[in-house]
Design a protein around this ligand. Structure first.
Ligand SMILES: *Cc1c(COP(=O)(O)O)cnc(C)c1O
Length: 397
């Protein structure tokens, strides 16, 4: 048996691998430089160009590019008038922003439990948590796999709720052949560097609804309008603009838009490589009973953002923490996605208690995200597999 590095053995590799990493090539850099040399570094033509490109990729009618994915979620909630007294249902297995967007509007996030196999929000649990105060569902395509959109859309229609799809993980994913971004009432994206496509920071909202689109445009820029029809004090002076509601400055710069647009050209290549890596991992872990992999639903043609292994701890003589530390010692640096949102002390102070979503809580105790990104070579992937197999052999009962 090979000795784990944490017990004094030799690490499987000498250089560190992280769970995610952006890929930026010379075309991306040139696209940014071109904008920096132009007349507009913000509020210029690249914003609309990126929005057009996002519409092409997602099949949505409208796209609004914003400063980040959190701003996208906030504006989506604002656009439908979420306010104090309202409830918004989401999953606990997500980045906190998926729930914070409700708090920003004074509303209450309500956590529905997940499906134990796909790790996505469970449609049945959504339905159980609907009350007369429920206004929207924020459904997260966790790891890039689409949520069960048909079921969730039917529930939303039945109860007159808005479906906001948090697609921070899932750009490039298709659901029953239709790209994510054109299916929910609004879909939000993030272009943070760990996501599949990056702008440094950046985000977007897509929708097929023209009224929501106009509202989102206005909220992105302070709630200001230059359109006479929308003004209270009708004034057609050339300098005049009017703030008609409280919006934000959630604009994105033109050079970030150039980077995202250039990255989107590579999305098919990104998706393909990520799928290849997922297939290699799936194959390697298929007959290891100590490792459970995420179930894939046939409806989702997934561009995978994260690869998660679930440790079958009852078969192992170690804790998740032991396994995490041992993997780091092999120079393979995992992460955990995610701490259930309501475990954060801020949410505890709001009165959320452990026990709300038992399936999510159990999953959280057992998961690790292992390296998955475009530039990972086959040798890197083999090293990750080697390290995991070595530790499983060492720790298994
Ligand atoms: C990254 C992420 C966000 C927030 O995006 P930012 O661009 O970092 O603000 C929201 N939801 C999920 C699921 C995310 O992973």
């Amino acid at each position: 048996m090979e000795k784990p590095a944490i017990c004094g053995g030799t690490p499987v590799r000498t250089s560190k691998l992280s769970y995610g990493k952006q890929y930026i090539d010379d075309n991306d850099i040139n696209a940014v430089v071109e904008v920096l040399k132009s007349d507009y570094v913000t509020c210029g033509p690249m914003v609309a160009k990126l929005e057009q490109k996002i519409c092409e990729v997602t099949g949505a009618k409208y796209a609004v590019a914003v400063s980040n994915g959190t701003a996208a979620l906030h504006l989506a909630c604002m656009a439908i008038g979420i306010q104090e007294g309202d409830e918004v249902i989401t999953t606990p297995i997500t980045f906190a922003a998926s729930a914070n967007c409700a708090l920003y509007c004074g509303a209450k996030p309500v956590f529905a439990d997940i499906n134990p196999d796909t790790y996505n929000i469970s449609p049945a649990s959504i339905e159980e948590h609907i009350t007369p105060a429920t206004k929207a569902v924020v459904a997260v395509d966790f790891t890039g796999q689409a949520v069960e959109l048909d079921e969730i859309r039917a529930i939303c229609r039945k109860h007159n709720l808005t479906l906001i799809e948090d697609a921070a993980h899932s750009i490039g994913t298709k659901y029953n052949g239709q790209p994510v971004g054109s299916i929910a009432d609004m879909t939000t994206f993030s272009f943070h560097p760990v996501k599949t496509v990056t702008g440094g920071e950046g985000g977007a909202i897509t929708t097929n609804d023209e009224a929501l689109y106009q509202k989102l445009l206005r909220l992105r820029a302070h709630g200001v309008t230059r359109n006479l029809d929308d003004m209270v004090n009708k004034n057609d002076s050339p300098w005049y603009y009017e703030q008609v509601e409280l919006g934000y400055n959630y604009r994105i710069t033109d050079f970030q838009c150039a980077l995202v647009a250039s990255q989107l050209e590579k999305l098919p290549a990104f998706s393909k490589r990520r799928s290849e890596i997922v297939a290699r991992y799936n194959e390697a872990f298929a007959d290891i009973p100590e490792i459970i992999v995420q179930k894939e639903i046939p409806a989702s043609d997934t561009t995978r953002h994260l690869y998660i292994i679930q440790l079958e701890l009852s078969r192992l003589n170690c804790t998740r923490r032991d396994f995490f530390d041992a993997l780091c010692a092999e120079n393979v640096y995992p992460q955990v996605h995610y701490l259930p949102v309501y475990y954060h002390s801020y949410y505890e102070k709001l009165g959320y208690q452990k026990g709300l979503c038992p399936v999510a809580e159990r999953l959280y105790e057992r998961i690790l995200s292992i390296p998955l990104y475009y530039k990972l070579s086959d040798e890197d992937v083999d090293d990750v597999i080697h390290a995991i197999k070595k530790l499983i052999t060492y720790y298994k009962k």
